[in-house]
Ligand binder design. Structure first.
Ligand code: NAD
Length: 296
């Protein structure tokens, strides 16, 4: 039986670790919060008192942490994963973090002779619980091949994006498309309202015309056309506006450090910052339509 050290057992990491237990892995986990620790015990895993304790016998280490600074501190330093996991262990960070931090930690792992991948996810808490996440994986081919079986116990689509950091690059590029397209679709519905065009009619026409996109046809920001949209449950997330803002900021940081021009990404980040600052950080990100309409 393979042993996994799992660091970060929150909304995503908790159910992901539980799926590893279900798939027959021995899971030793560590989190700073007792509620998260308790969830692992209930799922059949073993709680460790430190990062070092969770990873000291691990064949594979998986982490699911909030941001780049947490990932840097958990992996590097004398109490971290790299210093305390067995040399042959494979390291997998599934947090959504900045590309520079992902590459710095992968470099530190490589310098210690260890294989590492960045493997951020798409699919949210529902996908984590159902084991249907999409993993976007950055790292060497050998590391990807070793990561595949364990990622398959937590997700459905496992895609090799390229070298270290490209998993994070894929995640923030995808979510920048999503943020911009949600604003675009929302603006169109607000304009339609002003012009006396019925929302369902705009949906029927645009969903079969060149305006078609996921934000329109799978996650329509106005109530009615798509039954499963958060718009039909008063914009309860789903995917909270503050999470979208986090990803748009990561895209802007990456654009600045790489010199890419992303003017619409910058606009979307500014709009989501205003939306969050006006008290809507916990609303679903498609609620931006209310803000554009002037009623949020
Ligand atoms: P969360 O805040 O629920 O969980 C993070 C956990 O990390 C917390 O339990 C926290 O106590 C723990 N933690 C922080 N620092 C730690 C440390 N030094 N040692 C051990 N544990 C530590 O967040 P989440 O929703 O599970 O998200 C985790 C990551 O997944 C984020 O990067 C997020 O952007 C990404 N993500 C989230 C979603 C989603 O829908 N929630 C979807 C896709 C990606």
């Amino acid at each position: 039986m393979k042993t996994v050290g799992f660091i970060g057992l929150g909304n995503m990491g908790g159910p992901m670790a539980a799926n590893l237990v279900k798939a027959g892995y021995r899971v030793f986990g560590f989190d700073l919060h007792w509620e998260a620790q308790e969830r692992l015990t209930e799922a059949g895993g073993v709680v460790a008192a430190t990062v070092a304790g969770a990873v000291s016998d691990a064949d594979v280490v998986v982490s699911m942490l909030p941001a780049g600074k947490h990932v840097r501190s958990v992996y590097t330093g004398p109490d971290g994963v790299i210093a305390n996991a067995p040399k042959g262990a494979l390291l997998i960070d599934s947090s959504t973090i900045d590309v520079d931090s992902a590459r710095a930690v992968a470099e530190a792992a490589k310098a210690a002779g260890m294989l590492m991948v960045d493997a951020p996810v798409s699919g949210g808490v529902g996908g984590a619980a159902a084991g249907t996440l999409t993993f976007m994986v950055g790292g060497e081919a050998e590391a990807f091949e070793r990561a595949k079986p364990i990622l398959s116990a937590m997700g459905k689509n496992i895609i090799h994006a390229g070298g270290a950091g490209t998993g994070q690059a894929a995640k923030i590029c995808n979510n920048m498309i999503l943020g911009i397209s949600m604003v675009a679709v929302s603006e169109a519905f607000v304009l339609a309202e002003r012009l006396g065009l019925d929302a369902q009619k705009l949906f029927d026409i645009s969903s079969t015309s060149s305006g078609q996109c996921w934000s329109l046809t799978s996650y329509c920001p106005v109530p009615g056309p798509v039954a499963t949209s958060p718009a039909n449950r008063d914009y309860q997330p789903g995917f909270a506006a503050q999470m979208m803002l986090k990803d748009l900021k990561l895209a802007q940081e990456a654009a600045q450090s790489s010199g890419a021009a992303t003017p619409l990404g910058a606009q979307a980040a500014a709009l989501y910052a205003m939306f969050c600052n006006s008290g809507h950080a916990d609303m679903d990100f498609s609620g931006i339509v209310k803000y554009l309409r002037g009623d949020a």
